[in-house]
Design a protein around this ligand. Structure first.
Ligand code: PRP
Length: 207
């Protein structure tokens, strides 16, 4: 199911990412803020568990998200600021990494690095800023599904209607939380109006 954020704060922050004068440091900072907003939304209905902690009044039980059951997986490299933000929110969660590169001629994503820990019993939260053709995200979902997690959630900043529709068809079982679905893909498979390439914008590279 697709959940597009209607939050005005999220929209404002996302639109700052579209500005070319937003430099790499601020770009990564906004990506981190948006990741938090997406996480708040994604965990809105999460079941909490009682944990006993030592407080100033002695041992008491309070409700917490089961952080140990969370596994954040990002797709290098544009997803790096997202995983920094998510794991700062949940420091006991584990992390996994996939690296994919989109072939600029065929527009297909190619997996070249896979470092995902055990997924059984985990809620896997995929983190990637952009869903253009959805090739990268679909490939990542297939990698994760082959490791039998309890649940998969995806947090994304910006997508195309074409990519989102492919995700809905291929993976209707996955909850996608996204800040904004833009107008379309262009002939080079870039999101329009979009924000350029999130990896290049984050790390001052031009490919
Ligand atoms: C971008 C982005 C996604 C992918 C989306 O990565 O971060 O992973 O493209 O495109 P798709 O939906 O058509 O697969 P890119 O390949 O530019 O690598 P980068 O993160 O290193 O910049």
């Amino acid at each position: 199911m697709i959940h597009e954020l209607s939050n005005p704060v999220a929209k404002t922050l996302l639109n700052h990412l579209r500005e070319t004068k937003t430099d790499a440091l601020r770009f990564r900072h906004i990506v981190q803020e948006l990741t938090r907003l997406l996480a708040y939304e994604a965990f809105k209905t999460e079941i909490l568990e009682q944990q006993t902690i030592t407080t100033w009044q002695g041992e008491q039980a309070f409700e917490f998200i089961k952080e140990n059951d969370l596994l954040f997986v990002t797709i290098l490299r544009a997803g790096l600021p997202m995983i920094e933000s998510a794991t700062a929110l949940f420091p006991k969660a584990s992390s996994g990494f996939l690296a994919m590169k989109r072939d600029e001629n065929t527009h297909q994503s190619v997996l070249y690095y896979d470092r995902i820990p055990e997924c059984k019993g985990k809620t896997v939260i995929l983190l990637d800023p952009m869903v253009a053709t959805a090739g990268s995200l679909c490939d990542a979902i297939m990698v994760i599904k082959s490791k039998s997690p309890k649940k998969i959630i995806s947090l994304n900043l910006i997508g195309s209607p074409e990519g989102i529709s492919i995700l809905e068809q291929k993976h209707p079982d996955i909850d996608i939380y996204i800040t904004q679905i833009d107008e379309k893909l262009n002939e080079n498979m870039f999101i329009i109006p979009g924000l350029g390439d999130a990896g290049d914008r984050s790390y001052n590279t031009e490919e």
